[in-house]
Write a protein that binds this ligand. Structure first.
Ligand code: PA5
Length: 486
């Protein structure tokens, strides 16, 4: 027990040091050799195919630049929001030691980025550390689903007197976030009465929406989600930055990484721009029938980056219509996996199943903690480190996939820190936008989720949806008993 406690302490120190000097500021790189024909035969891409796509990429670049100038791609401005960052830092500095718990309430783009940042940049068991080990920073919880056991379970473990709730919703109207918020607010009111607004922070649109209207004024403070920043592109806005700052993540370093990647991604030339190259490869693979993109980090800290990316890729690129209004039903399917865990779960399928996938490894050059495997029974593992084992398995998986003509590529982080994670996030956002251009679709909308929302409103009795409800009831009555239920 003492041994693990020592390791946890050591790890906390390392995390602290990450914010200061001594961290690697090197660039995230894309290694795509194992996607090329030389390595994986006819399953791979020819260099000429990439050259041929270069003109389409240049066109995509021009469209992206035009949209940036027209203020459509607001996420591209987020690395430069210096005054907002100072405000967030000051707010967190004032309150993080006063609140033991910081609870994010939101869903989709208003939750996944927060989770990804916490997992990537904090101790793997951060919430279990003592206040001292957390340097007085708040514990972080994210409530996204509306499962009663989940919400009720969270209430069980929170001391409401010492909890700050951050309700996040760009539209300010999303049912899931509001439902959880109302439940938590009621519990808070019951416990501390009228002062409950002092425990609430609102992150939403500057002027519009139910949340701004009803909660904006009474809250401890509020933050703005810029109108031109889409939910799934908002992790580097106050959406993700406030909870990050409350847990001690260096948000300036995070944005400096994004800024560095923005400079790199300013390049129209595919061979110099890792985001465009990533999009180009995925696009060519899609055309070859490899429509599934598995993201497989070989770093436990990065597992929720794969989850965040899954939403970014799926909601942005899965579309019925192209920009000309033609029915295209396009979209690559993102899958998340984790090295080495999924070598014992998914890898068999990736090695021998249908030739319909590319594997994107998230690879880390240098881990912060070295753990040597002690000697027992003269076992071959003795004297090696866990990092060696992890990296050997990563290399072996990549080699084996390549040998089996299964295209794979790596996004390589020199080290996991706020700067490199900022780069990675921005690179993947730019790659998504570029993919949208290549598919000639609108990567910023999500019309496909509207029908489900409307039917939910009808079922929940929202005013204005009475006709829908009636239609639903009539349809169910006409269909009669469902014979396909046994
Ligand atoms: O990316 C998106 O736009 C969505 O996933 C939204 O983030 C999600 O639906 C939540 O919406 P809101 O922030 O308006 O509550």
């Amino acid at each position: 027990m003492v041994y693990f406690f020592e390791i946890a302490r050591k790890y906390s120190e390392i995390i602290k040091e990450r914010g200061g000097g001594g961290i690697t500021m090197d660039k995230v790189q894309l290694d795509f050799a194992n996607c090329m024909e030389e390595k994986v035969g006819k399953e791979g891409i020819k260099k000429e195919e990439l050259e041929k796509l270069n003109s389409l990429i240049k066109e995509a670049h021009q469209n992206i630049q035009k949209k940036k100038q027209d203020n459509i791609l607001g996420f591209m401005q987020l690395p430069y929001q210096k005054s907002e960052v100072q405000r967030i830092k000051a707010f967190a500095d004032e309150y993080r030691t006063k609140f033991d718990n910081f609870v994010v309430i939101g869903i989709g783009g208003s939750a996944l980025g927060n989770i990804a940042l916490q997992t990537a940049l904090n101790h793997p068991f951060y919430n279990l550390l003592s206040a001292g080990e957390r340097k007085g920073n708040s514990r972080i919880f994210v409530l996204d689903n509306v499962d009663p056991l989940f919400t009720g379970g969270l209430l069980d473990v929170l001391d409401l007197d010492k909890t700050l709730f951050n309700i996040i919703s760009k539209s300010g109207n999303t049912a899931e976030g509001l439902a959880n918020f109302f439940i938590l607010k009621k519990a808070l009111q019951d416990k501390i009465g009228d002062k409950c607004g002092r425990h609430i922070v609102v992150t939403t649109d500057k002027e519009k929406g139910f949340l701004r209207d009803k909660e904006g004024k009474g809250a401890l403070d509020s933050f703005v989600i810029p109108r031109n920043v889409g939910g799934r592109f908002s992790v580097l806005s106050p959406v993700g930055l406030v909870s990050a700052a409350f847990s001690g993540i260096d948000i300036e370093l995070l944005l400096s990484g994004a800024e560095e990647m923005d400079n790199i991604c300013n390049e129209a030339e595919i061979w110099k721009n890792p985001a465009y190259m990533y999009a180009a490869i995925q696009f060519l693979m899609y055309r070859k029938g490899k429509k599934i993109n598995v993201m497989m980090p070989y770093a436990h800290n990065l597992k929720d980056i794969a989850d965040w990316f899954r939403q970014l890729w799926a909601e942005s690129l899965g579309k019925k219509l192209n920009n000309k209004g033609e029915v295209v039903n396009v979209g690559p399917t993102p899958v998340k996996a984790l090295g080495v865990t999924d070598q014992h779960s998914q890898l068999q399928l990736y090695m021998e199943g249908p030739l319909d996938k590319t594997i994107t490894f998230l690879s880390v050059n240098k881990f912060d903690l070295q753990m040597e495997i002690p000697e027992f029974y003269d076992h071959y593992l003795k004297g090696h480190t866990l990092e060696e084992l992890l990296k050997s398995e990563e290399k072996a998986t990549s080699l084996a996939l390549t040998q089996n003509n299964r295209p794979n590529l790596s996004l390589v982080l020199p080290q996991i820190n706020a700067h490199t994670v900022g780069q990675l996030i921005y690179l993947l956002e730019m790659a998504t936008v570029c993919m949208g251009e290549l598919f000639d679709i609108d990567a910023l909308n999500q019309p496909g989720v509207e029908l489900g929302k409307e039917l939910t409103y009808a079922l929940m009795g929202k005013a204005g949806y009475e006709k829908r409800k009636e239609e639903l009831e009539q349809k169910e009555a006409a269909e009669g008993k469902n014979i396909y239920i046994i």
